[in-house]
Design a protein around this ligand. Sequence first.
Ligand SMILES: [Mn+2]
Length: 466
Amino acid sequence: MFDPQVYAARRAALIRKLAERGARGGLVVFPGNHEAPMNYPDNTYRFRQDSSFLYFFGLAEPDLAATLDLDSGAATLYCGELSQDDLVWTGPRPNRAERARLCAADAHADTDRLASDLAAATTAGRPILYLPPYRADTRAELASLLGLPLEAVNGKASMDLIRAAIALREIKDSGEVAQIELAVDRSIAMHKAVIRAARPGVTEADLMALAYREALAGGGMPSFPPIATTRGDVLHNHGYGHTLESGGLFLLDAGAETGSGYAGDLTSTFPVDARYNERQRAVYEIVLAAGRAASSLIRPGVPYRDAHLAAAGVIARGLADLGILKGNPDDAVARGAHALFFPHGVGHQMGLDVHDCEALGELNVGYAEGETKSAQFGLKSLRMAKPVKPGMVLTVEPGVYFIGGLIAAWKTEGRFADCIDYEEAERWVGFGGVRNEEDWLVTESGARKLGGDFDKSIEAMESLRA
Ligand SMILES: [Mn+2]
C-alpha cells in the first residue's frame, strides 16, 4: 500500500472531477471483491481485489466496502470485526480501525451498516453512484443494497463516475510508475528464465512453470494467465500441452503483478533452436520495426490509433517484400487486408489491471468521449485509439501470424484477392506467429520504455539462447 494520504488525495481528486462533470452530490459506493469459489465454497480462486477499490482505498482483503460522501467529502470503510475463528484460520490481521487508518478513511462501521446507510441516503433523495460490476456476486449485492432488479444494475452505473475514475487512474504518478516498473522488471526476469531454458523436448508446461516461479519468487503472481505456446498463431492459447520441436518458434506473453497490484505485460518470440532461421528472422525483423514505428509516435496529443496504423504500415510493407501482399501496402492497410496477418490492436493501457480500467468499459477507456470503434476486422480489436497524455502507460505489441483457418476462409471468400497472394500465404501456414511486446510510459516530451535492460534484437535474443 501507499501512504494513507495518497488514498485521501485520490478521493478528493475524484470529488473534484465529479463536480467538474456536473454531478450533484450524493454518495459513491465502492463494493470490494469477495472470495470466489472454484468447486466448493472453501476452495477459492486466488483472491484479487477490485482495482478501483485498490486505487481509492488500497486494501487488498475480501469482504470490504466503502462509501465516499460527495457533499461532506467523508470516506467510510465498512468491514467486519475479526472473530476468534479468524485468529485461528487466518492469524492476526489489522482490525477495522487500523484498516481505516491505512486508507485514511474518516469513519468506519460494521458491514451490516452499509445497507441502512444507503437506504437512509436513498430516502433523503440523494443520488447513489457506483461503477459497473463485472462479477455476478457484486451485481447481486448492489441489486439488494439499492433495491434494483438484477438486470438493471449495470445500466444504472454512473457514467460520470466511470469517466472520472478513468481520468484519474489512467494518469500514473511517480509512485505508481515505480510499482509498474518493478512489475516490468519482474516480467523481464520471467521472460529471460524462459528464453534461457527453452530447447527441443521441453514442454510448454515446463516453461510456464518457470514463468510462474519467477513471478512468485518476485513477491507477486502473474498479472494474467500467461500464453506460453509453440502455436503463436492461436492468439489466446491457454493450453500448455505441446512439446517444443526443432524448427519451431516459441511465444511467451506473460507479466508479473506486484504485491500492491500493478502489472507488467511483455511478449517475446524466439526459435526453439539456438538461432532464428531465415523465415523466422524475416518476420521477426518486420515485427521489431513495426514496434519501433509505433513507439516513436508516442507523445502527448498523438492518437494511439496513429501508432497502430504506423505499425500496420510497416507490417504491410514487410509482407509485400515477402510477396505475401500485392499492390500498394498503404492501400492494403486502408482497406484492412493486412489484418489477415495482424488481426489485433497495437496495445492497451496498463496499470492496476493489465488491460487497465477495462472493467469500466473498453470503449470508455480507449476512445475519446463520443468516438466510436471501427467495425473493420483488425481495427475492431484496437483497444486504445485516443490521444495519449503524459503519465499514461501503454503496451506496444505488434505481431504477424499465419492463421491457417483464417487464410483458407478468406481465400474461399475471395476477400482482398487483389491484395493478398493466397498461394504465397499458404506456404507460411504452420510457421506460427511472432509478437513483441514492450511497456512504455508517456512523458511530457515523448515516451520512455519501462524496465531494465531487455534487448530484443536477434543478436541479443540469440546470445540469451546460447
Ligand atoms: Mn498486452
